[in-house]
Design a protein around this ligand. Structure first.
Ligand code: NDP
Length: 485
């Protein structure tokens, strides 16, 4: 029997749980069993109004605090998250189906990293002084106002904090809407921030589907929107935000390449491909789903990959020895199975997996296709599941050209022992987040985000500060004012 994960109320507004049972019911399903573990109600117009009004009310006092004071609250929240990592990880596993062996090291912990990092930065945010002869200009770094965060379902707690931490550090307030598929983690983030001292209204959570997201994005009180989601949703959010000339950060999908040259360390390259395709059962936006392997190492690579797949332990994700979980939902499982069927039909050679696992829940076997060509659907479209495609290449120039031949540009990786080639290839990649001899790490200290259709703006690092603040320049005249007449 799976533990219940029912929250106190569906939403968190103005420092407290909030409910309006008139909103449509959204059931939370544990993907490992298909059992219902909780349910929440979508936000009604009244709830959306309460959340936005609370965020507006809280704005002036929050922005007036010193950065050090705001930062202290964020860092206290980081400590609380770390202290409660076990419980938060169990909840994240129930919410997403990701194994506890992952959530206990990658979700609340990376969320805490963001709170700690931006909490530390908050006290050192400054404008600058520009001398102009006798006169001078100074810039003030000011918050944008009310920010809206909209999350995807793969990293609910991390995404909430990747958006909340820089927003709050800069003196903004936030209304966050989690994915309807995973509504639970963000409520805990709100509770913890409040316990850490965030005043009521500074961070609010409302549940709902896309219509709730759209109502938030379209509201004239909102200054900025940060979305993690698909390209289709990104387009809708960006065009609605453009009507109000709002700032946007869009972290969208990808079809990232991973290049393995003949001279690569075979074991590391296979590890990189595993991290880039099977972590979180492949439900990671930056996945290196197109694995280009040079002809000389291809056979050895496939043999070793097949061998390493014997280490997959599928089972109840709450069992700490399990390292491979289900898809987040039945719908996502059906989407992934559809792509696998297409791969077979279009002539890719199945090396491993290839179907639903024979057990309850929404498990898809870790799947490897070889002989994949650039035109095949599985090489072009984002699958967001545990499907690794191996494509063969002969030369560096060919590999780079084919790697970049995609409308996406989120991430890219290269495995080689040739130092100059590694940097040459990284420079040539059309992607925002690149890796040399590793894959899929996203430390808070480094900018993360995409080019081309994969998005706009950067999360994490000092770069995120520019996306959650605006500069005001103040010209200061020290002499007389000269006028033509
Ligand atoms: P969706 O784009 O379907 O949804 C993302 C969020 O937007 C959800 O909260 C969704 O609500 C909401 N939403 C949907 N329609 C609208 C709208 N018109 N206005 C405002 N909000 C809306 O993505 P998924 O949740 O299915 O997540 C998977 C996608 O996210 C993948 O394509 C993946 O590539 C991308 N992703 C990107 C990441 C990155 O950092 N670049 C990281 C993780 C995922 P609801 O779901 O409740 O309908």
């Amino acid at each position: 029997m799976t533990p219940s994960a029912q929250p106190a109320a569906s939403h968190f507004i103005d420092g407290a749980p909030a409910e309006d049972t008139c909103g449509a019911q959204i059931d939370c399903i544990y993907p490992a069993t298909g059992e219902k573990i909780a349910s929440v109600h979508a936000a009604t117009p009244a709830i959306i109004e309460q959340a936005l009004a609370a965020a507006v009310r809280a704005g002036a006092d929050w922005a007036a605090m010193t950065g050090t004071e705001r930062g202290r609250i964020l860092r206290r929240a980081a400590d609380l998250m770390r202290a409660r990592n076990h419980d938060l990880s169990v909840l994240e596993t129930l919410d997403t189906g990701k194994p506890y062996s992952e959530t206990s090291v990658a979700d609340a912990t990376s969320a805490a990293d963001a709170l700690e990092y931006f909490g530390g930065l908050a006290g050192s945010l400054t404008g600058e002084h520009i001398q102009l002869g006798q006169d001078w200009v100074y810039t003030r770094r000011e918050p944008l106002g009310v920010c809206v965060g909209i999350g995807a379902w793969n990293y609910p707690t991390q995404i909430a904090c990747w958006k909340a931490a820089p927003a709050l550090a800069c003196g903004n307030t936030m209304v966050f809407k989690p994915s309807e598929t995973t509504p639970l983690g963000a409520l805990k983030v709100a509770e913890i921030l409040t316990e850490a001292g965030a005043p009521p209204g500074v961070f609010n959570v409302v549940q709902g589907r896309g219509d709730v997201g759209a109502a938030l994005v379209g509201d004239p009180r909102v200054a900025k929107v940060s979305l993690t989601g698909s390209v289709a949703t990104g387009r809708r959010v960006a065009s609605l935000a453009a009507e109000g000339m709002k700032h946007v950060t869009l972290e969208l999908g990808g079809k990232s390449p991973l290049l393995v040259f003949d001279d690569a360390d075979l074991e590391d390259a296979v590890s990189g491909a595993i991290l880039g395709n099977f972590y979180s059962s492949g439900q990671v936006c930056s996945n290196g789903a197109r694995v280009f392997v040079q002809s000389g190492i291809r056979a050895a690579f496939l043999d070793r990959l097949a061998e390493r797949l014997k280490g997959v332990v599928m089972g109840d994700p709450l069992d700490p020895s399990v390292n491979f979980g289900p898809m987040v939902s039945e719908r996502q499982m059906e989407i992934v199975l559809g792509f696998i069927a297409q791969g077979k039909t279009e002539g890719a050679r199945l090396i491993a997996g290839g179907g639903r696992a024979d057990r309850p829940g929404y498990f898809v076997q870790p799947t490897v296709f070889a002989g994949v060509t650039d035109e095949m659907t599985i090489a072009r479209e984002e699958i967001f599941g545990p499907v690794l495609s191996v494509l063969e290449f002969a030369t560096e120039a060919e590999a780079v050209r084919r790697a970049n031949a995609t409308p996406y540009g989120l991430a890219a990786g290269v495995f080689t022992r040739d130092l100059t080639r590694a940097h040459r290839v990284a420079a040539a990649f059309q992607a925002g987040t690149c890796y040399i001899n590793t894959y899929n790490l996203a430390p808070v200290e480094a900018p993360f985000g995409g080019t081309k259709l994969s998005g706009v703006g950067r999360e994490n690092s000092k770069a995120a500060i520019d996306h959650y603040s605006q500069l005001k320049s103040v010209y200061v005249a020290m002499g007389r004012v000269e006028a033509p007449f």
